[in-house]
Write a protein that binds this ligand. Structure first.
Ligand code: MEV
Length: 315
């Protein structure tokens, strides 16, 4: 049987989550160690959606399946745009990214699904179109998504994202990032809505907060390319403070940040939407095992270490 295959990967946001929804830039990088693979094949009659618990799920496109999920909507829109209306396709997604942890699982599953459906039909999707299709799915999963997740889960290296455009971000840093999972699912939609409410309550404060955020993101870009790990850590902590003011940190996240600093990290902050999800700590490579152990002792359910030199999907 002919099978189409599509892949994507997780992402982590270094700086700029939430404020990016309100127009600031943001910096993110791919996490190829957490991959998604999707398989697309002609559907047998009667095949529908199925969501087993282990991160694998299945849906059909072009038939009577109406299950509302971002990947299904993205793949459905792809077939519509390509004028393929005479087939029903079954898509099986094997998601190696923990769900609802701010690591881009919904966008990565949508990207892999669209690529698989394209591959099944012998098509290669051009990057701009792929981004648009993943964004169609993200609007279902998240409401008004900025597009940073859609860009980063398809990117081959670190990116600077601003108002719908992603550019490669130069990295001159020899450090490590330790990602710690709180084990608590966070709803991006809920977190984004809460931030919007807070900003709307006090437009003057919102303006100065977003200006502060933009300044920190610009500083982080310079620190990344100059390899200034200590000051980048400080910038991450300042951004964490700002995210706490926006109401998306939690006592559990704060405790993990404190634990990472106590074990010698240069800085730490939540990554993604918050209200659960993951914490990102910046450390010297030699200190990464100690930071990782401290994060686990403080309640992280798992950790991943990414050397900054390996921040490329091909690495
Ligand atoms: C979620 O990974 C990032 C947010 O900024 C939402 C978005 O940019 O769409 C919280």
């Amino acid at each position: 049987m002919v099978v189409g295959i599509g892949r994507a990967h997780a992402k982590a946001i270094l700086l700029g989550e939430h404020t990016v929804v309100h127009g600031t830039p943001a910096i993110a990088f791919p996490l190829p160690a957490l991959p998604v693979r999707a398989l697309a094949r002609p559907a047998e009659p009667g095949t529908g959606s199925q969501v087993p618990a282990d991160g694998h799920f299945r849906f059909t496109v072009g038939g009577t399946d109406t299950a509302l999920s971002g990947p299904r909507v993205a793949a459905e829109e792809a077939l519509r745009r390509w004028g393929i209306t005479d087939t029903t396709v079954e898509v099986v997604v094997e998601c190696g990214i923990p769900l609802a942890r701010g690591l881009g699982s919904s966008a990565a599953c949508a990207g892999a699904a669209v690529r698989a459906v394209a591959d099944l039909h012998g098509l290669v999707v051009e990057p701009g179109e792929l981004y648009d299709l993943v964004q169609c799915g993200e609007q279902v999963a998240h409401g008004r998504a900025s597009g940073i997740d859609a860009s980063a889960v398809l990117a081959n290296g670190p990116i600077r994202f601003h108002q719908g455009r992603a550019e490669p971000m130069p990295i001159g840093l020899d450090a490590a990032l330790v990602i710690a999972d709180t084990g608590v699912p966070g709803s991006t939609q809920h977190a984004v809505a809460g931030v919007r409410r807070r900003l709307a309550e006090d437009p003057v404060r919102a303006g100065s907060l977003l200006e502060r955020a933009s300044g920190l993101i610009e500083a982080a870009g310079d620190e990344l390319s100059a390899g200034a790990a200590e000051s980048l850590g400080k910038t991450m902590l300042d951004f964490q403070e700002l995210l706490a003011e926006l109401g998306v940190s939690t006592p559990h996240i704060d405790a993990l940040v404190t634990a990472a600093l106590g074990a010698g990290a240069h800085g730490a902050k939540l990554t993604g939407a918050g209200l659960g999800g993951c914490v990102l700590a910046l450390t010297e490579p030699a200190s990464a095992p100690g930071v990782s152990a401290a994060l686990r002792r403080a309640g992280a359910v798992r950790t991943w270490t990414v050397p900054t030199r390996a921040m490329h999907a091909g690495a």
